[in-house]
Each structure stands twice: as C-alpha cells, then as structure tokens.
Write a protein that binds this ligand. Sequence first.
Ligand code: S3P
Length: 451
Amino acid sequence: MLSLVVDPMTGPLSGSVPLPADKSITHRALLLAAIADGESRIGASLLGADNLSTAGALRAMGVHIDEQSGAVTVRGNGLFGLRAPAGPIDCGNSGTTMRLLCGILAAQRFFVTLTGDASLSSRPMERVLKPLRLRGARAEGKIDPKRPGECTAPLHIGPLPEPHVLSTIEYEMPVSSAQVKSALLLSGLFSDGPTYVREPLLSRDHTERMLTALGVPLQTLGPMIELDPSVWSGSLPAFDVHIPGDLSAAAFLVAAAQIVPQSRVDVRNVGLNPTRSGFLDVLRDMGGAFEVEARGEQLGEPMGLVRASSSALVGARIGGESVARSIDEMPILAALAACASGITTVTDAAELRVKETDRLSAVVQVLRAFGVRCDETPDGLVIEGRAGEPLIAADVHSRGDHRIAMTAAILGLVADGKTRVQDANCIRTSFPKFVGTLRALGATISVEETA
Ligand code: S3P
C-alpha cells in the first residue's frame, strides 16, 4: 500500500503547471471514436486508471487503440462493428466506464458481463439498467439485498432481442446523472425512434456537446434533450481532438493556492464547461482569488488558463444547481470551508453517498482528523471554519477514493506537522502526476510503501 507523507509548507506554492486530460471527456472520446468510421486521434497525456478501463473494455471488443506519447489513436469499428469479448469486462473503479458502456452494449447482438472492483460493485446500477430495459434491452444486475429495487455489478447486458433495435423512449430521470443521461443518449444512436431525456437539474453535458460536434442531431427543449436518429446520417465521423485539462484535478491545485499564504499558481488548458465549473463559482462566493482567461475550445468544450492566488476565505451556503455543477469537487470545497472563517453548509448533495465511497462520511472523518468541527446531514455537511488556527497534522485513510486522498494531502500543506495519507495508490484513477505536480509547485511530499 502506498502512503503519502506531506510536509507543511514553509513558503508559497508557485509556478505554472499542466493538467491530466479531462477524465469525463476522455471516456466519451474513446467510446465515440470506437464506434466511429475511421481513425481518430485523441490528444490526452498519460491516461488515468479510469480512462484505461474504458480503453481496455473497447480493446476487449475488438477495437484497436494505440497509446503513445500524449496521444491515443483509435481505429473505429463503425456503429455496428464491436465484437463479443472473450470473457467478462472489468471496469475497475470506473463508474463512468460501466454506466456509459451499458448504453452501447444494450444495442449489441452479443452478451457481455461487466464487473468492477469492490467499490464499483457496491454502487447503484438500476438507475441505468431500468431505462435501457424500457427501450427493449436485456440488462440485469445482482439484486442488492440491502436496498430494495436496487442492483449492483456484475451486470449482464444483451443480446438485444428481436427485432434487434432499441425503441423510442421518453424518460424522466429521478436523479440528475450525466452517466445515466449519456448511456441513454448513446443507446439512442442505435434506436429506430427518438430519445427524450429530462433530468431535475442539468448535469455535465459533455456527451451532448461531443455528439453535436460530430453531427448527431440533438436538440435541447428547455430541460428536455431530444436525439432524433431519423434526421441523422447514421454514422459518426472519425475526429481529432485535444482533450482539455481536468477541472476536477485543477480544483486541488487552485484550492492549495488559496490556503498556502502568498501562493501564485497558474493552471494551463483547464476545461471550463459551465456545467462543470460550479467549483469556481462557489470559490468566488467564498472570496477565493483567481482569474480565468478563455483560450478557445475543442469539440464544443471551452478551455482556458486559471491563475489562482492566496485568499482569505469565508464560509458559504452551497446547494441546488451549484452542487450539481461541482459534485466531484465537494470534498476539496469542504477542505476550503475548513480553512475559511465562519460556517459552511452543503445541502442537496445526497449523491455523494454513492460515489467511489460515501463521500459525506469520508469528508467528515478526514476533516475531524485535522481538528475541524463538522457534521454530516442526510444530504450534506456543516463545517466550522478554522481560519487563523493551523490544522492539526493527521494520519488519515483514503478509503480507496482518489478525491478523498487528494483532499487530505492538500490539507496537509497547512497542518502543524507531517500528515500521512494512507492508501494513496487510488490517486492514479484520475491524476497520476498529482504528487509530481505539487512538488513542481514547491511542496514536499514523499511516497512510502507500507505493508
Ligand atoms: C461523470 C458524472 C458524474 C460524476 C462522475 C463522472 C461523467 O456522476 O460524479 O465522476 O463523466 O459522466 P453521475 O453521473 O453519477 O452524476
């Protein structure tokens, strides 16, 4: 097991650093390139473990994928060119791999079993299987005895029964989820009628942007998205894309710059999709110091430079649509709240309980270890900021969750002694160069192998 040992900063963080490619956009680019016609080139530096799970799944179904120095080449098999895998497909820790694949697999004439690690195998899957069944797919999971009506991996999908085509669907999602929405839209490419999806609050719209950029007729009618294949050519063109940097990874660096005095950190090529950038809006409300310079777009995704510096943060009320737009950044926002003055409340965030771990309980456990007074509520957090008082150096366990591990490491930068983050291997899920990037900015972090 790997542990990180983080020294408290004695000076500022400073420098200009790149980011890993956006994990969500890379999953989608790999999947769409696999079912496109011809060879696509995806500019993405060093894929994290989750994206490698998607690439591995596609390879298992006969797609040629070549990963070399900062670019991935995918030879698309066309819309109907995937082949039955030799055995179950392991999605590792990646919920996005599993749920988005369901959308494509629902339309295949072969049978696939999807498995995952212990964390992924405990996550709710009925939310994606149910609407796929409603449009004619065969899709079953393992019944979850603890949650009536719920099921988990392993999932068994296909083969699509006669007449081998998915039907039209109009589906109102009970919970906002980009993964469920994307699975439905991807399955809509294989349907003989329109797909209509509506969600309570708009979740990240990378799939919509990428499909539109590739010529798929998508329309947004208020809160409803429509994909009508009758006005589509029926094939996806190969494409060339440079994936924007991951705002979810940037959030850790921008946060570190806020709390380490006199810091100045530039993060380059950050994806700035407004359905993802809630972190920056919440940070602004908390009095955070940063500037954004827009620098073009890729396949409909805006990107730019974020210049962050130290600030005196104040507590905030975080709820509603800003939670939907910053759901993955909630652990690091909680860490910022711990360093702010005043109380921060988070509401409407019950979904955090079904991420890689129960992130509401994990955040409370980590913050308390650093001496922060906080509580969890059924759908959120209450955090008493400790501005002016150093955090107490802690020894914490990540619970195998990459965002919890990185959150604890950032808090360690402003603690009163060395902080240990146990079980930190999981960071490679989304940010393989996290430690190197922080070291480049001036942090002292060592990596220890423990039994
Ligand atoms: C993701 C969607 C979100 C997010 C996850 C990535 C995606 O999950 O938390 O990390 O790439 O579509 P939900 O779809 O469950 O909201």
